[in-house]
Design a protein around this ligand. Structure first.
Ligand code: ADP
Ligand code: MG
Length: 238
């Protein structure tokens, strides 16, 4: 569960084509990073997959099922927002439980999933605190916990670490990579940071002005950049 395919997916805002028709396959369990300069369309592409934006044309499939016309809640994907999207007046437990409560899930199942998420994220001792009593890294873990309890087919991250300081970012990168190996769930991770892309990805998708310039493993992009843009962006010697 967690294979996502895009077929000729295009996005226009008014007359402006932000994403020209593109094809992309994300395999089940892959850690895929969308990387490229600011304004190149990374967030838009992620939001199209999440269903937060409608495609102008083309088809999105999730595990073979057409998802193009499904609302976000029906796609079985979880978008991880930055930690500032937490509810400050709710405890960690309530923040994590929120999507399940909204879905009307029974309490025993909610408790089971909260325990699983707290174990996976080392948050067990913090469940009764409020976000204001946590460090930046802990808050970011709560935001991820809120996604884990939905048991999604894939996690979607949009620059989740951009408001953390440099030292914390390094730690959180490791934590997200560790979580990926533990859960073995598809993750799509958007960043403009080449180091994040090169250190976290199984597969990197390099974007420029909405176009996919190259798709490959970090090593493939490093050794065989297709053009000067990719070489320059990845920092390889070409
Ligand atoms: P990135 O995440 O790579 O920085 P975005 O996907 O946010 O880039 O934006 C890609 C392009 O689409 C930018 O030129 C941006 O101004 C434009 N854009 C994004 N969202 C909208 C919108 N809702 N309406 C009009 N233009 C938009
Ligand atoms: Mg963005």
């Amino acid at each position: 569960m967690g294979r996502i395919t895009l077929e000729k997916v295009q996005k226009k805002f008014g007359e402006t084509e932000v994403i020209p028709p593109l094809d992309l396959t994300i395999e089940d369990g892959e850690f895929v990073v969308f990387v490229g300069p600011s304004g190149c369309g990374k967030s838009t592409l992620l939001r199209l997959i999440a269903g937060l934006e409608d495609v102008s044309s083309g088809e999105i499939r999730i595990d073979g099922t057409p998802a193009t016309d499904l609302p976000p809640a029906k796609r079985g994907l979880a978008m991880v927002f930055q930690s500032y999207a937490l509810y400050p007046h709710m405890t960690v437990r309530k923040n994590i439980a929120f999507p399940m409560k909204m879905a009307g899930m029974d309490q025993a199942e909610q408790d089971r999933r909260i325990k699983k998420a707290a174990d996976a994220l080392n948050l067990t001792d913090y469940l009764d605190r409020r976000p204001g009593q946590l460090s930046g890294g802990q808050r970011q873990r709560v935001a991820i916990g809120r996604a884990i309890v939905r048991e999604p087919a894939a996690f979607l991250f949009d620059e989740p670490l951009s408001n953390l300081d440099a030292a914390l970012r390094v730690g959180m990168r490791l934590e997200i990579s560790e979580l990926h190996s533990r859960l073995e769930t598809t993750m799509i991770y958007v960043t403009h940071d080449q180091v994040e892309a090169m250190t976290m990805a199984d597969k990197i998708v390099v974007l420029r002005a909405g176009n996919i310039e190259q798709v490959g493993s970090p090593l493939e992009l490093y050794r065989e950049p297709r053009n000067v843009f990719v070489a320059g962006f990845i920092g390889s010697p070409k």
